[in-house]
Design a protein around this ligand. Structure first.
Ligand SMILES: Cc1cc2nc3c(=O)[nH]c(=O)nc-3n(C[C@H](O)[C@H](O)[C@H](O)COP(=O)(O)O)c2cc1C
Length: 325
């Protein structure tokens, strides 16, 4: 067995729910992260959502000041920690510079996409930080474990953004055969019942992205929020045509950009572009990504109200299960 199980309780200290809000390119705003953390769940933001490395520094100061003000005002209900997301891929020219900012702020939890190089893991561990890596397969997880990450985020079929294609039941059972450390599960989790389901399967945290696209605080256009509310799994398609890697997109937004979802093709010689911006920015800014779980999202509302509902649903689901166990 690999992984340190004692880390999960330390991270859970100020949580109302075992929940991490997944980082979303463009869509996650500092206001959303602050709302998530002050509502008692871990909020996370992609470093690339700041337009420059200098702006990233300012953005982290803004988040930290808001969380400190919340803690001072309500010491009986301190904020959950926030997390910063780095994309460890050649298509991210800011990786090194953004890492310096993460280190300077001693961010408690770093979330790395793709595979965290050992140097990043060591640098985060040097100040006592934790590092979670998202993964889509058992092999991918093994590589991250070899690099020494503290936690794994299993991204399963139907997730928003760059998605996996495995069933969560299969992936969690394969991971739990050897990984004892913190495990977050993502892909279509949108209700308190599903959060409880993730724990029952063996995860320590649920990891939710798409439902927050419709939160008031999200940096998403009104049309995007409305499309999320109106859509369900039938409107979500997976394609590698925009970034070179499988990602979920809302079919109506592809049509609205004059493209035929059934006739998409990847331009000859196009480079894989995992790290958001650059030539494929249109794919995230104008062609909208969301996962299959959005059928549960029917309002635009403050993130705090959505999180309150998740807490109620989670508690009700727990109570309902008691008649079986
Ligand atoms: C619009 C959008 C943008 C995303 N951008 C990122 C990103 O920049 N970095 C990252 O690690 N994950 C990103 N994700 C994935 C989420 O963090 C999370 O893994 C996913 O949303 C979970 O699945 P769910 O949407 O079904 O809840 C993105 C997801 C969406 C919907």
């Amino acid at each position: 067995m690999i992984g340190n199980t004692s880390i999960a309780p330390a991270l859970k200290a100020n949580l109302r729910l075992p929940l991490i809000g997944g980082p979303m390119f463009i869509a996650t705003s500092p206001a959303l992260v602050i709302a998530q953390c002050t509502s008692g769940v871990i909020g996370s933001i992609p470093a690339l959502n700041a337009r420059s490395t200098t702006a990233l520094d300012e953005m982290l100061c803004e988040i930290e000041e808001a969380l400190a003000a919340h803690d001072a005002a309500t010491p009986e209900r301190p904020a959950a920690p926030y997390s910063l997301n780095l994309v460890a891929h050649a298509s991210n020219p800011r990786l090194e510079a953004d890492l310096e900012i993460l280190l300077a702020h001693k961010v408690k939890l770093a979330i790395v996409s793709l595979a965290a190089p050992q140097e990043i893991v060591s640098a985060v561990h040097a100040y006592g930080g934790l590092i979670f890596n998202d993964i889509i397969s058992n092999r991918h997880a093994e590589k991250c474990a070899e690099a020494g990450v503290d936690g794994l985020i299993a991204v399963c079929a139907g997730a928003g953004g760059h998605t996996g294609n495995m069933s969560p039941f299969a992936l969690v059972q394969e991971l739990r055969a050897w990984w004892q450390g913190p495990l977050a599960l993502s892909g279509c989790i949108a209700t308190g019942q599903s959060i409880l389901g993730a724990l029952a399967m063996g995860a320590d945290f649920a990891y939710i992205g798409s439902p927050f696209l419709a939160s008031l605080e999200a940096n998403t256009a009104p049309g995007f929020k409305e499309m999320v509310q109106r859509s369900d799994s039938r409107d979500v398609m997976v394609t590698n045509c925009f970034t070179g890697v499988n990602a979920t997109f809302l079919r109506p937004s592809i049509v609205a950009n004059g493209l035929d979802p059934a006739a998409l093709s990847r331009p000859e010689g196009a480079k894989i572009s995992i790290a958001g911006g650059g030539s494929n920015a249109k794919a995230w800014r104008d062609i909208w990504s969301a996962g299959q779980g959005i059928g549960a999202v029917r309002h635009v509302e403050p993130a705090a109200d959505y999180i309150d509902r998740l807490v109620m649903e989670f508690d009700a689901a727990r109570a309902a299960l008691r008649s079986w166990i």
